[in-house]
Design a protein around this ligand. Structure first.
Ligand code: SF4
Length: 289
């Protein structure tokens, strides 16, 4: 597999291929699978993503703890009134991201992409852009391989664990994975994709992991909702040919260093940030006793 974005870009350039083509070829080689088999496996993930991103739009999905739930439906209903500030597209994406996060918090089935905590960002970004650009499932499946390739670079050179690197490693990584794929699906080139991924990570570098009561619910669901907006706006910036001053590989290295310098209280221990506020502690006491 690839270790750095630079290697992927080089391969794309030499062979005049998209990131998804290059990643699919590499996966076929690594796992000894045919193209058809690989696509079928990814199709299964896409189907789970569709269900989780839509489950909370029509009926409220609530967690056992009561810390989160019902917000996907609130945003969907608000959007349907037609008076949003950010417009239907963005509000619809936010609702879908909430939906998957709520399904996750209620112990439903999701695709960890790259983690359960950040599982709302990629499905909502992909399904929103599918509607907008009239893409096929096949386009989305290819895009998921682009996301996978970007995620692998982050995982290898930094981390995708909130406990290791803060929420930048979960919601940041998911937004970067989504942004790069959105660019490819919208017709951008591989360099544009990595610019978009760089922006998504840069935008929330240093974001801490501070789940109230140690549960992957609050602020996780909110961060999925804002994470998809981060992904979409990062993709738009890259498609407009805004350049990332710092190359993606260096952004990932910086993110790794930032994660390592975070105190333990801000890395999923529920001892800092929102978890340590009076309200956070009160919720924790109520839920955990
Ligand atoms: S706050 Fe922590 S647990 Fe919640 S999504 Fe972010 S990294 Fe995951």
């Amino acid at each position: 597999m690839f270790n750095r974005a630079e290697e992927i870009l080089q391969k794309c350039k030499e062979e005049n291929k998209s990131i998804s083509d290059v990643i699919i070829e590499k996966e076929m080689e690594s796992f000894g699978l045919t193209y058809e088999k690989l696509i079928e496996k990814m199709r299964e993930s896409l189907e789970v993503m569709k269900l989780s991103a839509n489950a909370g739009l029509e009926k409220e999905v609530k967690s056992v703890s009561g810390l989160t739930g019902g917000n996907a439906k609130k945003i969907e209903d608000y959007k349907n009134k037609g008076k949003t500030l950010a417009g239907n597209f963005i509000n619809s994406a936010m609702a879908k991201a909430f939906s998957t996060a709520e399904v996750n918090a209620s112990m439903g089935k999701i695709v960890a992409s790259p983690t359960a905590g950040a599982s709302g960002i990629i499905p909502s970004a992909f399904l929103s852009v599918k509607e907008k650009l009239d893409l096929s499932d096949e386009d989305l499946i290819k895009g998921l391989f682009t996301s996978a390739g970007i995620g692998e670079i982050i995982a290898k050179n930094s981390t995708i664990s909130g406990a290791e690197g803060g929420c930048q490693a979960e919601c940041g990584a998911a937004a970067a994975m989504a942004a790069g794929a959105l660019v490819e699906m919208a017709g951008g080139d591989p360099e544009d994709s990595f610019n978009a991924s760089s922006f998504a990570l840069t935008n929330i570098m240093g974001l801490v992991c501070d789940p109230v009561a140690g549960l992957v619910e609050y602020p996780c669901a909110l961060r999925n909702s804002s994470g998809v907006v981060n992904a979409i706006t990062s993709a738009d910036m890259a498609l407009a040919k805004v350049q990332s001053l710092v190359p993606f590989d260096e952004v990932v290295d910086a993110m790794s260093k930032v994660g390592k310098s975070m105190p333990a209280a801000l890395r999923e221990t529920a001892m800092g940030g929102l978890a340590a506020t009076p309200t956070g502690k009160m919720c924790s006491k109520k839920i955990l006793g």
